[in-house]
Design a protein around this ligand. Structure first.
Ligand SMILES: Cc1cc2nc3c(=O)[nH]c(=O)nc-3n(C[C@H](O)[C@H](O)[C@H](O)COP(=O)(O)OP(=O)(O)OC[C@H]3O[C@@H](n4cnc5c(N)ncnc54)[C@H](O)[C@@H]3O)c2cc1C
Length: 384
C-alpha cells in the first residue's frame, strides 16, 4: 500500500485531518483499531468550557488569556487564527444530515443527564434548544424510557426544580429497549410509535418536552419536527452519557466528506511501528493477526488519549532503535511534528488528544489540531 498521507486514528482529529489532506488532492488512508472517544462523547464541541476553576461564558475572548497562561497547550501552538479557520470549516463543510449551532463568541449552557447545565460552544441543533436561557421561565416535561439506564428523567426533573427553579415534571414510557442505539433505530424508522405513546399523556401546559438523545441517527431534525407538529410542544434532546447517539452522529458526520473525497477508512488495523527516513515512512499494522506494511510520504498520528495503542517509532536520522510510547517524546514542535531529543521528525505529525496526557483536551482541541497538523503536512509535502 502506498499513499501520500497515512492517518492513524479515526476520531475527530484524524478525520478532520483526512478531509483536509484529501481536499488538497493528496491520497489519504485512515487506519484505526476502532472508533475512539469521539464516538462516545456527548458530541458537543467545547472550545473552552472552564478556565481557572470558573465557567467561561465568552470562549474566544478568554482564549487569549488562556494561551498566555498555558504556553505549551495545543491551542497556543495552533494559534487563534487557525482555531477560527478550523471551526469555520467545521460549520461550512459538515452540514449534511446533522447541523450544529452556536459559535465561538458565546458558550451556551446545555442540560445534562444529571439535570445540570454544561457550558459549550457548538452543539447539534436538537440539543441546542435545551439551553438554560430557553428553559428559564418555562415549564418542562422530562420524558424517559423505563429500561434506558443512562437517562433518569426523575433526577433531571428534580434537579431542574431544586437547583434551577424551573418548573418540571417527568414521565417514563414503558418500552423494553435498554440501549440508546435500539431506541435511536426505532425512532429513525418508526417515530410514529413513540409519538402515539406520548400523545396519550397530557402535554398541555408544558412549554418543552425534554427527551434523551435518541431521536434517530440521520433523520433527527425531521423527527424533532414530527414530534413538535404532532404533539404541539417544543422538543429537545438532553446531553448524554456514553454510549452516546450524538457522538455516533458526529462520527458519521466526520466520515462523510472523507468518503466523498475517496479516503479509505480501515477499521480493525492496529499500527505497531513506524520506520521513518528521508524517503518516507513505512508503517507496520496488524489486521486480524496479519501484518500489513503501508508506505507513505507522511504520517499523522491521531491516536487519542483514552484508547491509544502503543506505536514504536524508529528513525535513521534522529535516533536508532525504538521507543514504546508517544508520551516519551516532547510531542510536537510549532509545526505539529513529533519531536525527539530536541529534533523534529520531518514527516510525522501529531494531532488531537494524543498530544497531551495532562492538558485539558476536548473536541475543540481535536478539531483545531486535526486541521493544523494537516495544514502542516500539506505544506511539508508541497515543499518536498
Ligand atoms: C465520555 C466522554 C465524553 C466527552 N464529552 C465531551 C464533550 O462534551 N465535549 C468535548 O469537547 N469533548 C468531550 N470529550 C472528549 C473528546 O471526546 C475527545 O477529546 C476527542 O474525541 C478526542 O478525539 P481524538 O480524535 O483526538 O481521539 P479519539 O476519538 O479517541 O480517536 C483515537 C483513534 O485512534 C485509534 N488508535 C489508537 N491507537 C491506535 C493504533 N496503535 N493503531 C491504530 N489506531 C489507533 C483509535 O482506534 C481511534 O480511532 C468526551 C470524551 C469522552 C470519553
Amino acid at each position: 500500500m502506498n499513499v501520500d498521507v497515512l492517518i492513524i486514528g479515526c476520531g475527530m482529529a484524524g478525520l478532520v485531518a483526512a478531509r483536509k489532506t484529501s481536499e488538497a488532492k493528496l491520497s489519504t488512508l485512515v487506519i484505526a483499531t476502532g472508533y475512539g472517544s469521539t464516538a462516545l462523547s456527548s458530541g458537543t464541541i467545547d472550545l473552552l468550557g472552564y478556565f481557572n476553576g470558573r465557567e467561561v461564558s465568552k470562549p474566544m475572548e478568554t482564549l487569549d488569556k488562556f494561551m498566555k497562561q498555558n504556553p505549551n497547550h495545543p491551542y497556543t501552538v495552533v494559534g487563534a487564527g487557525r482555531i477560527l479557520r478550523a471551526f469555520r470549516e467545521f460549520r461550512e463543510k459538515y452540514g449534511s444530515f446533522i447541523t450544529y449551532e452556536g459559535g465561538l463568541e458565546k458558550n451556551e449552557r446545555l442540560l445534562t443527564p444529571l439535570g445540570l447545565f454544561k457550558p459549550t460552544c457548538l452543539a447539534q441543533s436538537s440539543i441546542m434548544k435545551g439551553t438554560r436561557e430557553n428553559l428559564r421561565d418555562s415549564k418542562v416535561l422530562v420524558a424517559g424510557f423505563r429500561n434506558l439506564s443512562n437517562h433518569t428523567p426523575a433526577l433531571i426533573a428534580r434537579s431542574l426544580r431544586e437547583n434551577w427553579a424551573v418548573e418540571a415534571d417527568y414521565i417514563k414510557l414503558d418500552r423494553k429497549e435498554i440501549q440508546p442505539i435500539q431506541l435511536a433505530l426505532l425512532l429513525e424508522f418508526h417515530s410514529d410509535e413513540i409519538i402515539k405513546t406520548l400523545s396519550k399523556h397530557s402535554l398541555g401546559g408544558y412549554d418543552y418536552l425534554a427527551l434523551p438523545p435518541v431521536l434517530g441517527i440521520r433523520r433527527t431534525a425531521e423527527i424533532v419536527s414530527e414530534f413538535e407538529d404532532a404533539l404541539g410542544i417544543r422538543v429537545f434532546e438532553t446531553m448524554s452519557f456514553p454510549p452516546s447517539i450524538p457522538g455516533l452522529r458526529l462520527q458519521q458526520l466526520l466520515e462523510q466528506p472523507c468518503a466523498q473525497n475517496g479516503v479509505e477508512i480501515r477499521l480493525g488495523w492496529r499500527a505497531v511501528k513506524i520506520k521513518t527516513s528521508d524517503q518516507g515512512c513505512q508503517t507496520k499494522a496488524i489486521e486480524n493477526g496479519d501484518e500489513r506494511i503501508i508506505s507513505s510520504k507522511a504520517v499523522i498520528l491521531a491516536t487519542g488519549q483514552v484508547m491509544r495503542d502503543e506505536i514504536s517509532v524508529a528513525s535513521e536520522k534522529n535516533f536508532q532503535g525504538t521507543t514504546n510510547s508517544i508520551l516519551e517524546y516532547q510531542v510536537i514542535d510549532d509545526r505539529f511534528r513529533l519531536v525527539k531529543n530536541g529534533e523534529s521528525f520531518e514527516n510525522i505529525f501529531v494531532a488531537g488528544s494524543a498530544l497531551s496526557e495532562t492538558n485539558m483536551t476536548g473536541l475543540g482541541v481535536s478539531l483545531s489540531t486535526g486541521y493544523a497538523s494537516a495544514v502542516e503536512a500539506i505544506k511539508f509535502l508541497r515543499e518536498a
